[in-house]
Design a protein around this ligand. Structure first.
Ligand code: ZN
Length: 123
């Protein structure tokens, strides 16, 4: 197998493992809650499942975004002001708001030395 394909396959597996870990953690919490509340009624179980679903969504979003955040664009994006290639300046914390909720994540950001502006690439 060519090395590039091998590399891509490994990254996919890393993400799959991270997603499985998140799934197992939420499922484990749910099972533990049920052990402690064997007499829970339908509406209590429903509430618990809804909370677990929300946390799972947030966790999944965070896991996938964290993975994307470590990928660097090469070459850097073009500056929308002057068109020059922007340079990678490192990772910065930011919060991403989506229908899932707010997800804290690290994102690579880029700087144009001519215009002295920095951006997070879209997406
Ligand atoms: Zn510029």
């Amino acid at each position: 197998m060519p090395q590039e394909q091998e590399h891509e396959k490994m990254e996919k597996n890393e993400l799959a493992v991270a997603v499985e870990e998140a799934t197992a953690a939420i499922a484990g919490e749910m099972a533990e809650w049920y052990m402690q509340h064997p007499q829970a009624n339908l509406s209590e179980i429903e509430q618990q499942v809804l909370r677990a679903r929300k946390r799972f969504g947030e966790q999944l979003m965070h896991t996938v975004l964290a993975k994307r955040g470590t990928e660097r664009e090469v070459p850097g994006p073009s500056c929308s002001e002057c068109g020059a290639e922007m340079h990678y300046k490192g990772q910065k914390k930011r919060r991403v708001v989506s229908s899932i909720g707010e997800t804290p994540m690290e994102r690579g950001y880029y700087y144009c030395s001519k215009c002295k502006r920095s951006i997070f690439p879209p997406g």
